[in-house]
Design a protein around this ligand. Structure first.
Ligand SMILES: Cc1ncc(C[n+]2csc(CCOP(=O)(O)OP(=O)(O)O)c2C)c(N)n1
Length: 322
């Protein structure tokens, strides 16, 4: 399959961990433990490889990440603990991303160059060239990675990203990713897009592009590795569109329930690993149970943690004064 047994097991383990986390977060949104849920069940096969390939650290010599709000699997693959997402979902002051004040999946980690995830969609595409530009200017080792959904590419920010990434002699080291789940909330892709392949738009800007089955973790890993190697070595942009599933609808605003007729990347990958005798059915069940226990224990701990105090409301804002 082109990856070692250890790599395959690691990818699978992280995919399961991410799915268990999201399932717990959805349950929290339906109970007293949380409010609004949005996240990435269905994107694990693409987001785990992405997280594993990112060179994390602080400053221009490491990768800058401008993520979409469906990046939970990516964060776990980078090493973020489950409990931190649970803290944000429960709006506790211990939430390291926003001190308990933002929606779940709105990550921000300065030490890993993870720029704050925004609720206004797509704005990350027009911010990302900024970090890529700084990396280019200082001939730094890091690259910039930006991810977002298909519907949002109808907004001007996406075109601005292609424009600013591809100026002659000032091409930027940026990997421009679109995770296409074929929906913008309730609007199907083919009702709003005249073109069928979003990444192909990059061609008009002289940007190399490709597509990948984002439900296949092996294909995703290889394609991401190839694209990242190109951006790192050539210091030029690359646009990659990954076709993914949306397994629990848009968010808790549409119910957050499991939907029919979408490919489940974990079921598919698990089938392959069992067939190839890399894992047994028993291994898979045990792994899931281990993470379910971790998530539940984390929730029990988080319930005991305090909510943010009113007088901290002006902390961590652009200008910290009242
Ligand atoms: C600027 C802006 N316009 C509209 C919205 C409302 N909105 C939230 S999510 C969403 C759909 C996004 O779809 P897509 O970009 O395909 O990403 P997906 O949620 O499917 O991953 C919209 C329109 C918003 N949050 N921000």
């Amino acid at each position: 399959m082109g990856l070692t047994k250890i790599d395959l097991e690691k990818i699978y383990r992280l995919m399961i961990k991410a799915r268990v986390l999201e399932t717990r977060l959805i349950k929290m949104s339906k109970s007293d433990d949380g409010y609004f849920w949005i996240g990435g069940p269905g994107e694990e096969a693409f987001n785990v490889p992405l997280g594993l390939l990112i060179q994390k650290g602080e400053g221009l010599d490491y990768d800058y990440c401008h993520f979409h709000y469906r990046a939970s699997a990516c964060l776990l693959a980078m090493g973020s603990p489950m409990i931190d997402s649970i803290r944000q979902m429960a709006n506790r002051s211990s939430d390291p991303f926003s001190g308990g004040r933002n929606f779940v999946s709105h990550y921000a980690i300065k030490e890993w160059n993870i720029m704050p995830v925004t609720s206004p969609i797509e704005v990350q595409y027009v911010m990302a060239p900024g970090t890529a530009w700084a990396q280019k200017k200082h001939n730094a080792n890091g690259i910039t990675i930006v991810t977002g959904g298909d519907a949002g590419t109808a907004e001007g920010d996406f075109a601005s990203c292609l424009q600013w990434s591809s100026r002659p002699n000032m091409e930027l080291p940026i990997l421009i990713i679109v995770t296409n789940n074929h929906y913008g909330i309730s609007t199907p892709f083919d009702q709003v897009h005249g073109d069928s392949v979003i990444a192909k738009r990059a061609e008009s800007f002289g940007i190399k592009w490709s597509t990948v089955n984002g439900n296949d973790p092996i294909a995703s890993y290889k394609k991401l590795e190839e694209a990242m190697n190109y951006v790192r070595s050539e210091k030029k942009p690359f646009c990659l569109e990954a076709y993914v599933s949306r397994l629990h609808g848009h968010s808790s605003s549409s119910g957050g329930n499991r939907v029919e007729n979408e490919i489940d990347c974990i079921e598919e990958f698990e089938g392959i690993l069992i067939k190839e005798q890399i894992l047994s059915e028993k291994d898979c069940v045990e792994l899931k149970e281990t993470y379910e226990k971790e998530a539940l224990d984390a929730l029990k701990q988080v319930r005991e943690e305090p909510f943010p105090l009113a007088d901290t409301v002006f902390q961590h804002i652009y200008k910290e004064t009242k």
